[in-house]
Design a protein around this ligand. Structure first.
Ligand SMILES: Nc1ncnc2c1ncn2[C@@H]1O[C@H](COP(=O)(O)OP(=O)(O)OP(=O)(O)O)[C@@H](O)[C@H]1O
Length: 591
């Protein structure tokens, strides 16, 4: 939109606007059609035009342009206008023409040479003769002029019919006009005109040149208000973010308060699944995997560390799960893992327990890397009594007796002071009894502890005594530190009756019992109690109360040694007649 600006080649030069266009002298061909209206500026800031004639292009200096009368004044930069005039006069230089209506005769004189006089009568027809004319040439309009101009001694070359005064030519001044190029259509729309960029036929197009259609420059007020609104918007967003952050914190705080309230009231708190994710920091630290699901470490507050068990296969409706969990949440005993909370959200079910840094008893009786780790008989007795007290509480201390069904060293967790806590009670109820989903490792691990009647009803009814059997196996393992299941065959699970215990008690005591009399006594006591607990007939097993009494008695003489079921003569269970020899192969009956 250079054409919007007023253009001049230099000071005192005419204004250049439509229908003219201004181009650089060096790039004349950039001038759009029609080229006749192209002007250019010289180095010394003069406005120039090139007129095309039959003798070729001729340059003129444009001294004035009158857009009203669409005419302009030109002059010859070589100061030889009479010669140029003769060329123009004999040719067409459209769209321009001489701007005068005169029809007069003007006379051309040469004052230095007559050598070309013979051409005088031919010049009008011969182009060559005109080209041969050289300046200075003098032009007179009349005889008076000849006298006034002192041309009497000069040679008159020819006279020409012209539409302008000879004096003008003398003064290097020629006026041309061009047909009016109407811009009325554009102007009526408040627009300006320009030539179309079309090389075949001239065409005019309109364009906007006023402020608002120039490059958009928004007013300062608009800029300020835009910046203001951006700052305001950002401020609002920051404010909302801060507000949401604090509200979330407040909600978190409310939740924590609610949890602490429940915690103090010893009620399990209900968590959403997103709470569970937050508590476990996106299930970052896995503690292990059991038959019922994976366990992750978590944090409820800076002091309360938790273990979150994500249940794989929760059974039935969420409502049942919640009721069940709430009942479990009411079970509080020093030797029972406390259920702090739970999550029941669609398919997501989770249980939240206190975290116990020492892990399970399993790793102490069977150190994973076969390291000879022994925690001492005192501690083992303390742990055994603790477990027995937990079983007593489940069997007798709650509103309904609870059979754990899965007492084994992996379900006994130890706190910092080796206080045992039994866990996973009630899980059998919460989880689907789909044996196919129980991993073989888990099944085998637990199988050694299962009472015969739990595996097969041939052996009697399941009762509280089934837990006593498992507890007995656990005691014997604690004494002997060896597995009571032969896992060499995956299909046939041979439960090994710990006959070695009998040998041990009957003869030499070579297990980890140090020579101290007291320690030997503990090992013997645990072994005897264990053997009583694993009697085949549930009725021959002692109740948990009796177990505790046996464990707590100081008087060893009261502890009678149970019969070895493999020696039929010693059998106290005459009703069973002959029991199978070891290894005892039990057949599972599908219920
Ligand atoms: N409250 C807890 N604190 C610390 N570790 C725990 C806690 N609960 C479970 N664990 C650990 O998580 C792992 C898996 O426990 P989980 O009870 O799911 O399986 P398990 O007892 O090994 O097997 P199963 O489910 O067959 O009884 C175990 O290694 C256990 O030591």
């Amino acid at each position: 939109h250079d054409q919007c600006r007023e253009s001049y080649c230099g000071p005192n030069q005419p204004l250049i606007k439509f229908p003219f266009q201004i181009v650089k002298e060096s790039s004349q061909d950039q001038c759009v059609y029609p080229k006749e209206f192209c002007l250019y500026c010289t180095e010394n800031k003069k406005t120039m035009i090139v007129l095309s004639t039959s003798s070729g292009p001729i340059k003129f200096h444009v001294s004035d342009i009158d857009y009203e009368s669409h005419s302009m004044s030109i002059s010859d930069p070589d100061n030889c206008l009479p010669k140029k005039f003769l060329i123009l006069n004999n040719s067409s230089f459209r769209p321009y023409r001489f701007d005068s209506e005169l029809d007069i005769k003007i006379f051309f004189f040469n004052c230095f040479s007559v050598r070309k006089q013979h051409l005088r009568n031919q010049y009008q027809t011969s182009q060559e003769s005109q080209d041969m004319i050289t300046c200075p040439i003098y032009v007179a309009d009349s005889d008076e002029d000849i006298v006034d101009l002192d041309l009497l001694s000069c040679t008159k070359m020819f006279d020409v019919n012209a539409s302008m005064m000879g004096s003008d030519l003398r003064y290097n001044f020629l006026r041309l006009s061009w047909p009016k190029q109407s811009c009325a259509k554009c102007e009526s729309k408040g627009m300006k005109c320009k030539w179309m960029n079309n090389t075949t036929k001239p065409g005019i197009e309109c364009f906007y040149c006023n402020q608002k259609h120039k490059k958009f420059q928004p007013p300062k007020a608009l800029i300020f208000s835009a910046i203001g609104s951006i700052i305001l918007g950002m401020g609002t967003i920051v404010f909302i973010k801060i507000y949401l952050h604090f509200r979330e914190k407040e909600e978190d705080q409310v939740r924590i308060d609610k949890f602490l309230e429940d915690y103090r009231a010893q009620k399990p708190a209900r968590f959403s699944y997103s709470d569970i994710k937050r508590i476990t920091s996106g299930f970052k630290e896995k503690l292990g995997e059991g038959a019922h699901g994976s366990v992750f470490k978590g944090k409820l507050s800076s002091e309360i560390l938790v273990a979150v068990k994500i249940l794989n296969n929760t059974q039935g409706e969420g409502k049942e799960f919640i009721t069940e969990v709430e009942i479990m949440g009411k079970i509080h005993h020093i030797n029972v893992v406390r259920l702090l909370g739970f999550c029941a959200e669609g398919v997501h079910c989770a249980l939240v327990y206190n975290f116990f840094s020492k892990g399970s008893l399993q790793s102490f009786i069977f150190p994973p890397d076969n390291k000879d780790y022994f925690m001492g008989w005192e501690k083992l007795q303390q742990i055994s009594t603790g477990i027995a007290k937990a079983i007593e509480y489940l069997h007798e201390g709650c509103s309904h007796p609870i059979i754990h069904f899965d007492i084994n060293p992996r379900n006994v967790l130890l706190d910092d002071s080796f206080t045992p806590k039994i866990s996973d009670f009630g899980l059998a109820k919460l989880c689907a009894k789909n044996l196919s989903i129980v991993s073989m490792t888990a099944a085998r691990g637990t199988l050694g502890y299962m009472a015969p009647e739990v595996v097969s009803r041939n052996f009697g009814n399941v009762s509280l005594k089934s837990d006593i059997y498992s507890y007995g196996m656990l005691l014997l393992e604690m004494v002997g530190g060896r597995k009571n299941v032969d896992s060499s065959s995956a299909e046939d699970l041979h439960v090994l009756y710990p006959e070695w215990i009998h040998n041990l008690l009957e003869g030499d005591i070579h297990i980890n019992v140090e020579d101290e009399v007291g320690n030997a006594k503990i090992a013997r006591k645990l072994a005897i109690v264990g053997l009583w607990c694993i009697q085949w007939q549930p009725m021959n097993r002692p109740s948990i109360k009796t177990v505790i009494q046996m464990l707590e008695t100081e008087d060893d003489s009261q502890l009678t040694f149970p019969p070895n079921p493999f020696h039929s003569t010693n059998s106290i269970t005459s009703s069973e007649g002959s029991l199978p020899r070891r290894p005892l192969k039990m057949e599972a009956i599908q219920e």
